[in-house]
Write a protein that binds this ligand. Structure first.
Ligand code: PEP
Ligand code: MG
Length: 328
């Protein structure tokens, strides 16, 4: 089926009944941008900027960050690139950022990481914001913040970037034609305050890796727990359904950028819930696109609605049966 997926590259990601599903890729290194053309993706839906920090033996200077972001934007051409600000801390510790012993954490995944660290040590975030703004001169800059737990954190991060933009304008630097701000939904508490967050953001991206870890209180890296909870469990599907409906009500585009979206059946469920943007590993683009092209989204949405109304427990089983019956 490899050749079949390769042939998919230039075909549009459109369902049988004409719904367009944006298929983007997750990336983190300069060379990952090449994957866009190889697999025929619509853009980079998650650029993990911390990779550059993790592979470097010293803190990457602003110029170096800017060069990377510009190279990635150049490689993407007209296609959007969503840059996620650094998600360090937690399991992604930087060797050159020393911590005092009393700062060592028992639960790094739930610790001082991502936006929490970035807002407290905002020198790093300011440098990154300037690098992103200058790299995207003349283009649209998409920027999103990881591990937002409360709306004020998002707001503070957005204001920080806006202040850098104002400063750079005074320096007569050429700026992006627009900046679009997004939040990642990875912390379940944020879902309870979406009505407060959604009016402030340009897009929402659901990070299902961390989100499911926190929903089930199950370490995402723990080998014994890896297969224990299903992404298609009723708890997750109900949760995601509520989030997608809230986004639709506020007319805020919502995507999924966790690994869940790269599995064909999971992707089908997400599309059935109304998700229209997936950001996945490049290798999954072919199989997921093949599924998209063979499915009728109207029928799929009706099926998922029914599954939710009847509180079907074995969603995986019924969805794969449905797909087999429909020849998807
Ligand atoms: C996620 O948590 O789902 C996500 C996309 O971010 P990361 O895997 O980098 O934590
Ligand atoms: Mg995450």
């Amino acid at each position: 089926r490899r050749a079949e997926f390769a042939a998919m590259r230039d075909l549009p990601s459109v369902t049988q009944d004409g719904a367009r599903i944006e298929l983007m890729v997750n990336a983190g290194l300069r060379d990952d941008a090449q994957a866009l053309d190889v697999v025929g993706a619509d853009g980079i839906g998650l650029f993990r900027t911390e990779f550059q920090f993790l592979v470097s033996s010293t803190l990457p200077q602003r110029e170096k960050q800017q060069r990377l972001y510009k190279d990635v934007l150049d490689a993407a051409g007209d296609r959007p690139v969503i840059f996620r600000t650094v998600d360090i801390g937690g399991d992604k510790a930087l060797p050159y950022m020393q911590r005092a012993d009393e700062e060592l954490e028992d639960n790094p995944a739930m610790g001082w990481r991502a936006l929490r660290l970035a807002l407290d040590r905002d020198g790093l975030m300011k440098a990154q914001a300037r690098a992103l703004l200058e790299a995207a001169a003349g283009k649209v800059l998409h920027i999103m913040f990881p591990m937002v737990s409360e709306p004020w954190e998002y707001e503070q991060a957005r204001i920080l970037v806006e202040h850098q933009r104002e400063w750079l304008v005074k320096q007569r630097k050429k700026m992006p034609i627009a900046v679009r701000y997004g939040a990642m939904l990875e912390v379940p508490a944020l879902a309870e305050v979406l009505d407060l967050l959604l009016p402030r953001i340009d897009f929402l991206s659901i990070g299902t890796n961390d989100l499911t870890q926190f929903l089930f209180a199950a370490d995402r890296a723990h080998p014994r727990l890896a297969e224990r909870y299903d992404w298609l469990s009723i708890a997750i599907v109900r949760f995601l359904d509520r989030v997608v409906r809230a986004c639709d009500a506020h007319k805020v585009p919502v995507g999924v950028c966790g690994e869940m979206g790269g599995r064909t059946l999971e992707a089908m469920a997400l599309i059935g819930l109304g998700v229209r943007r997936l950001s996945i590993t490049p290798a999954s683009v072919g199989p997921v696109k093949a599924m998209i092209r063979s499915v009728d989204v109207g029928e799929l949405q009706a099926f998922m609605r029914n599954v939710l109304e009847r509180a079907v427990v074995d969603i995986r089983g019924s969805l794969s049966q449905w797909a087999a019956d429909k020849g998807v």
